[in-house]
Design a protein around this ligand. Structure first.
Ligand code: G4P
Length: 531
């Protein structure tokens, strides 16, 4: 390993923002990119999205519906760190995509609306982060608005998520009585005033939260409440141990307003100090050193037809070790042969830039002709198996009715494509196979996107015929092997795209019955692809 390789790898920071829709993820992303020099004025991110929508019709659907369906990767440099920000779709119906994206991150930023506290989607995504022991940074947004009492909000985060927070900044008042942020480590106040709807900022040193200078600047009842809260916080939380952040035990907490760009650089400084570089990934049960000289990585996302003019398909690879070079040959573990990773892209505020090299921690988007699927592993060294991309039980199921029977081959191609991207799951009945596949999705909106894309990208009109199923389970033995015996109960036996046995049931009640009647069978809700 050369020093340059190790230096480059160690300065990588790869994270995703998790939040409930409307908490301010787009606004915060924009400010991060702005301070990281990746964009030059606020509004560029949304502007780019509009331009992109013009070239890709299914993305126009995102615009119409005001939802973000796709996710991409953005980069910026901050204080010597090369930061990769993984964007995730905000809508809950695409949460599977978000789960997959989180497998490529080394840390997460949890964004919370000061008035709303911990919301449903945030909680769900937090669970995924905790399962992976990801370090989590909490940013409470919209302090320029009326919201919950800070201490109560922090208690809510801690008790709802069963996680400890360590506040580094603390707000002096909230909403119209917001006087700035007190930085507990720097002993500085980042003050602000709302004037004609604009926030004006200054910062000044203080000895601590009792400094008399605050009496001159802040109205008495706001100050009294602030002092009471910080006294309590100081008394219980003196130090922040970096190892507790890295293990996900304690979340550094900061406050701010993404809209008014307040507290954002404070947050960025804290993130830069505490966020981990590329963490070793487990392969065959062993930690793989990210600084090893061999390149390795896994595909966590495949996206097709991003630009209709090119009919392209991009596979996003998270690099787990070593260095990537454009055009390099790698071993494709599932196919058992070499492939060339050509035409690599990196994504710069939503624009593609050709990339010649990248390092562990980075994400590269490689143009793919159909070799790469979600969960695939590639390497230039010894065998790897990162295999950490879970599949989840769909909740909605349908069969497809083709209007023009001459388009059967097109339909098969489209379904294969969507399934390899992970945007739908496909189930086959052994007797009929491709004649009558069943499609499963986690959120209804996935059906809508699928129908739209079939029309736009493959020119096929189909109708959906819903089936009465609502549960899919992968039967396993207690040891985690595929269960091959007979299973009692009312269910449809199918196989998934990886040829794994799956049972589809109509109701939870049927599942409960089957679980009682088949004590040897574990009905797994999600599985890791085994091949
Ligand atoms: P999302 O990606 O998490 O869904 O949220 P987004 O950034 O789109 O923000 C949702 C709304 O919240 C937007 O308002 C945005 O301006 C507002 N917002 C974000 N951060 C802050 C903040 O710190 N303070 C305040 N007061 N508002 C904030 P909108 O009315 O939907 O859109 P816009 O017209 O303001 O762009």
């Amino acid at each position: 390993m050369t020093k340059k390789l190790a230096d480059e790898i160690q300065r990588r920071r790869t994270f995703a923002i998790i939040s409930h829709p409307d908490a301010g993820k787009t606004t915060l992303t924009e400010k991060l990119l702005y301070h990281g020099g990746a964009i030059h004025e606020a509004g560029e991110v949304k502007g780019k999205a509009t331009a992109k929508a013009a070239t890709s019709d299914w993305m126009s659907m995102e615009q119409e519906r005001g939802i973000s369906i796709t996710s991409s990767v953005m980069q910026y440099e901050y204080r010597g760190k090369h930061v990769n920000l993984l964007d995730t779709p905000g809508h809950k119906d695409f949460s599977e995509d978000t789960y997959r994206t989180l497998t490529a991150a080394d840390s997460a930023v949890m964004l919370i609306d000061v008035a709303k506290g911990v919301e449903a989607q945030t909680k769900k995504l937090y669970e995924v982060c905790r399962y992976r022991h990801l370090p989590i940074f909490t940013f409470v947004n919209k302090v320029d608005r009326e919201g919950k009492v800070p201490l109560e909000l922090m208690d809510e985060v801690e008790s709802t998520l069963k996680m400890s927070c360590y506040p580094i900044t603390w707000p002096i008042g909230i909403g119209s009585r917001f006087y700035g942020l007190y930085h507990r480590h720097e002993k500085r106040v980042y003050a602000s005033k709302m004037l004609n709807g604009e926030l004006h900022t200054e910062d000044y040193a203080v000895s601590d939260f009792n400094d008399p200078i605050l009496d001159e600047k802040v109205e008495p009842d706001v100050l009294a409440e602030f002092r009471e809260e910080v006294e309590l916080v100081d008394a219980t939380m003196e130090n922040l141990a970096p190892e507790d952040v890295l293990s996900g035990k304690v979340s550094p907490l900061t406050w701010g307003s993404a809209k008014y760009d307040y507290g954002v650089t404070n947050f960025m400084d804290i993130f830069e100090s505490y966020a981990p570089g590329p963490v070793p990934r487990k392969s065959f049960g062993e930690d793989l050193d990210p600084c090893s000289k061999d390149f390795s990585g896994f595909v966590f996302k495949v996206q097709a037809n991003m630009d209709k003019r090119h009919r392209d398909r991009v596979a996003y690879i998270r690099i787990c070790s070593g260095k990537f070079e454009r055009g390099m040959k790698v071993k494709h573990m599932r196919l058992g042969r070499e492939i060339r990773l050509a035409y690599s892209n990196q994504f710069f505020a939503d624009e593609r830039v050709t990339l010649d090299e990248a390092y562990a921690g980075d994400i590269v988007g490689v143009n793919d002709t159909g070799n790469l699927r979600v969960g695939d592993n590639v390497t230039t060294g010894k065998k790897v198996a990162f295999g950490a991309i879970p599949r989840f039980s769909p909740e909605f199921f349908a069969k497809i009715r083709l209007q023009d029977m001459g388009k059967k081959k097109h339909l098969e191609k489209a379904l294969r494509q969507f399934s390899e991207e992970g945007s739908i799951q496909l189930f086959m009945q052994p007797s009929v196979g491709w004649q009558d596949p069943i499609i499963g999705v986690v959120g209804e909106l996935q059906f809508e996107v699928m129908l739209h894309r079939m029309q736009e990208e493959y020119n096929i009109s189909v109708k959906l015929e819903r089936t009465s199923h609502s549960v899919a389970r992968w039967p396993r033995t207690k040891e985690g092997e595929a269960y091959t015996g007979e299973i009692k109960g009312s269910m449809l036996n199918v196989v998934d795209m990886y040829d794994e046995k799956v049972v589809l049931l109509e109701k939870e009640w049927d599942l409960n019955w089957a679980e009682r009647e088949n004590p040897d069978v574990v009905f797994a809700t999600s599985i890791q692809p085994t091949r």
